[in-house]
Design a protein around this ligand. Sequence first.
Ligand code: XMP
Ligand code: MG
Length: 182
Amino acid sequence: MTLHSSTYKPEQLDVHFSEAQLQARIQEMAAEINAAYPNCEKLIIIAVLKGSFMFLADLVRHIKIPCQIEFVRLASYGDGQTSSGTVQAVDLSLPSLTNEDVLIVEDIIDTGLTLNFFMDYLTSLHHTRSLKLAVLLDKKEARQKDVRVDFSGFPVGNQFLVGYGLDFAGYYRNLPFIGVVQ
Ligand code: XMP
Ligand code: MG
């Protein structure tokens, strides 16, 4: 389904997580991450685009560990509201991760297909020192592939969420809160 700008109505969204709720939880998550890497000299953070850009930007402001930030771009939803079931690797270019502490940052885990693919890809090509995963939202009920989530922001039900990086057909990513399309 395609969303046209005439049907773009952020004022009709139900707020699911307010800006204040998101910011408070993200500060807590950053504290959990800081505590999980004592004496770490360098953390390589890999954010999965596009959806994670806002979460990443707010999270890393509170990370005290010296870090390097990398991006990959994966796609699985197309223009719809359910996962297409296939993961498209749009851009997987990364530096060497040998013996590095690596933290993946993702907006939402749903079926788990995207992160299962990406974790398998990383572990088959790179011998990292450690590999952990931080997700802002976890749609546990929808899981089809088992993925270990190390840092999780909020559990969410099986509903389609938008805002704060999450899109519907490309729209709504700029909203500072997370909402549900009615
Ligand atoms: P999987 O199913 O592979 O999905 O775990 C991960 C990717 O799917 C997108 N996704 C959503 N995007 N609202 C969105 O805007 C949602 O409720 C939603 N659920 C999954 C997202 O890109 C994520 O990286
Ligand atoms: Mg995503």
